[in-house]
Design a protein around this ligand. Structure first.
Ligand code: LAN
Length: 635
């Protein structure tokens, strides 16, 4: 544990945070390259070399690219990464690109791609807008009370479809170049002129169809197709204006970072077309490099501008849990400063006009500048500050801690749980209209086990520090949500980590914080669930396939992060002294290297059930945290 703590201390940034690679997805880099190309730009030489190396490193044996670095090939990412490499100057005769073509051509090329791929290609003029299911901007003009008003979509989804609507409404398209003309000839199994675009709208290769298009969605698409033929010009102009105003709102609230890498690129392209060389474009270009990550496996576009706040809050908790905070005072002091510096202090400008929830008091996943605070990031930030308080290392003033609590309370859903950035706004049936093909659960921000547990834990910690705080009812409702979501097998499904081990760790920790005692049937079932999935060698192992198939799927090896989650959950249920826990701890200890680190293993993060994402600090945070939980129980 001492060596593990030293590793954490050594890898802290000067600003007190932990900052690392947040890669994994393989659809972000090509969108970035395509966006630059539409603007007549290209990555600088170092970035270009790094990106090419990254794509080479992650091409699958069959010649394609997966949705992320670990998954099987999709047409979506294979075609986009092929195009990105061509745009960065790789020749069509390059053997790896020849292999890629051999993979995607029999699957229809762009015609088989998931819908976002088709959109990006349309932007480049490599796919006809007639072949897209319509994404008109007009829904933004509908009355807000409608259950399907776009402001009710999950913020990540609506912030991607917002610039898409503007670009679609304008049929925005890159200036044609000889290179684009040539690439267009390479992409299709038949001649471009012979493509039946209407038919192409409904086509998607089996590899890309994770979320099937429902009858409901197909009906809406048909209706929108008819609307597109008759849409009034004046209405379109007004809708485009509304979209542009909302895009400006997003840019300003996020200091031009935008909520994520996709709308970051699309918004930049929007401004390039709306006001070429204007101040908006300049402001955007300055913030583009924030998303770039140069790593051992090349250069990639990160999934977020960073995961700093999240990692720092966890690092603090792991260090304090180890019971020897004294030895890590400097590290914790710096972390405390970082937490202080990144809390959001004000609501964004005209929040309601821009469909934004008030943000004062919240913590984002990354940095204050990002401007989108999240329920569980706020909860973990608050928990960390409250742990630092008795050590004299908390820097956040009382009233700002109270604002964090207010922020958390303002996000609780009617079902007692917490979603991510907002209260649930849309009905669950909106999921039937998910048009993305490759992702699940992108339409509605509904309650999650992880967010709910984190908020319950934070409120409990707050009540311990300030016994007069009126948070009892919120806690009780959260606990009730956690109870209700336990599956018959005793586990909980996680959404943002792989998968049942993550969900169960959160659920159990929240329930115990909320007052459940060892011996409670809920905890006994959870413990039995975990024990049933322990491997011969004492470890636990879960892969991304767990999230996709919604049942526990093991990999060939034990994973230190999965084992840590399982061990922490077991300890919380009261089974920390069981034989199962002993064997798990022994495995985890034996796996630590002489340098204090745990060796690399498959990605432990996930989103929207299908895409893996890398959390750089998890292998440094969770194993020592788990070991110390166990150590404390034993002493
Ligand atoms: C994240 C990153 C952080 C993550 C946690 C805080 C860990 C989680 O507990 C709540 C959900 C959240 C905020 C989250 C949601 C989905 C994100 C934003 C991501 C996994 C990072 C990238 C991903 C985003 C959706 C990627 C772009 C793709 C789309 C489908 C829009």
């Amino acid at each position: 544990m001492q060596r593990a703590r030293d590793v954490l201390a050594r890898t802290q940034e000067a600003d007190g945070s932990w900052k690392g690679d947040y890669g994994g997805p393989l659809f972000l880099t090509p969108v970035y390259v395509a966006g630059l190309y539409v603007m007549g730009r290209a990555p600088d030489a170092r970035t270009r070399e790094g990106m090419l190396a990254h794509l080479r490193a992650h091409q699958n044996d069959d010649g394609g690219w997966g949705l992320d670095v670990e998954s099987r090939s999709l047409v979506f990412t294979t075609v986009l990464n092929y195009v990105a490499q061509r745009l960065m100057g790789v020749d069509a005769t390059d053997p790896d690109l020849v292999r890629a073509r051999a993979w995607f051509l029999p699957r229809g090329g762009p015609l088989g791609s998931g819908s976002w791929g088709k959109f990006v290609l349309a932007l480049l003029g490599l796919y006809d807008y007639d072949g897209l299911t319509p994404i008109p901007p007009e829904p933004w003009l509908l009355p807000r009370w409608l259950p399907f008003h776009p402001s009710r979509l999950w913020c990540h989804c609506r912030m991607v479809y917002l610039p898409m609507g503007w670009l679609y409404g304008r049929r925005a398209r890159a200036v044609e170049t000889p290179l684009l003309a040539q690439v267009r000839r390479e992409l299709y199994p038949q001649s471009y002129a012979a493509v039946d675009w209407k038919e192409a709208r409904n086509r998607v290769a089996a590899s890309d169809a994770y979320t099937p298009r429902s009858g409901w969605l197909r009906a809406v698409n048909r209706a929108l197709g008819l609307y597109e033929r008759v849409h009034p010009k004046r209405l379109r102009a007004r809708a485009l204006e509304e979209c542009l105003a909302l895009i400006r709102g997003e840019d300003e609230a996020t200091h031009h970072l935008c909520i994520g890498p996709i709308n970051k690129v699309l918004n930049t392209v929007v401004w390039h077309l709306a006001r070429p060389d204007g101040p908006e474009v300049r402001a955007h270009l300055e913030r583009l490099p924030d998303y770039l990550q140069h790593s051992a496996d090349g250069t990639k576009v990160n999934g977020y501008n960073s995961s700093q706040l999240w990692d720092t809050a966890f690092a603090v908790q792991a260090l304090v849990a180890s019971g020897q905070a004294a030895g890590a005072r400097d590290t914790l002091e710096r972390a405390g400063r970082f937490l202080e510096a990144e809390q959001v202090l004000e609501d964004s400008h005209q929040a309601a006009r821009h469909h934004r929830h008030p943000s004062r008091g919240g913590w984002p996943f990354s940095t204050r500048a990002h401007g989108w605070p999240i329920s569980d990031c706020t909860a973990e930030g608050l928990k960390a500050c409250l742990l630092l308080e008795p050590l004299g290392l908390n820097r956040v003033p009382r009233e700002r801690l109270a604002q964090a609590v207010e922020f958390i309370l303002s996000l609780q859903n009617r079902d007692g749980g917490w979603a991510t950035y907002e209260q649930q706004r849309g009905p669950r049936w909106l999921e039937r209209f998910n048009p993305s093909d490759v992702f699940a659960g992108i339409m509605v921000d509904a309650s999650y086990v992880e967010c709910t547990s984190a908020c319950v834990q934070a409120l409990v910690a707050w009540r311990k520090a300030r016994p007069e705080a009126p948070v009892g009812r919120a806690i009780a409702r959260g606990v009730d949500f956690l109870r209700r979501t336990q599956r018959p097998d005793g586990g909980w499904e996680g959404s943002w980590g792989v998968c049942f081990s993550y969900g169960t760790w959160f659920a159990v920790t929240g329930l115990v914080a909320g007052g459940l005692k060892p011996g409670d049937p809920v905890l006994r079932r959870a413990s039995a669930f975990l024990k049933a999935h322990q491997r011969e060698d004492g470890s636990w192992s879960e892969t991304l396939q767990s999230c996709r198939e919604r049942r526990w799927v093991e990999g060939p090896m034990g994973h230190a992060v999965t084992t840590s989650w399982a061990l922490m959950a077991l300890a919380a249920t009261g089974d920390g002294e069981s034989e199962a826990a002993r064997r798990g701890v022994a495995w985890l200890r034996a796996r630590q290297g002489a340098d204090g680190r745990w060796p690399p293993e498959p990605l432990a993060g996930v989103f929207n059930r299908t895409c893996a994402i890398h959390y750089d600090t998890y292998l440094r945070i969770f194993p020592p945290w788990a070991l110390s939980r166990w150590g404390n129980l034993m002493s």
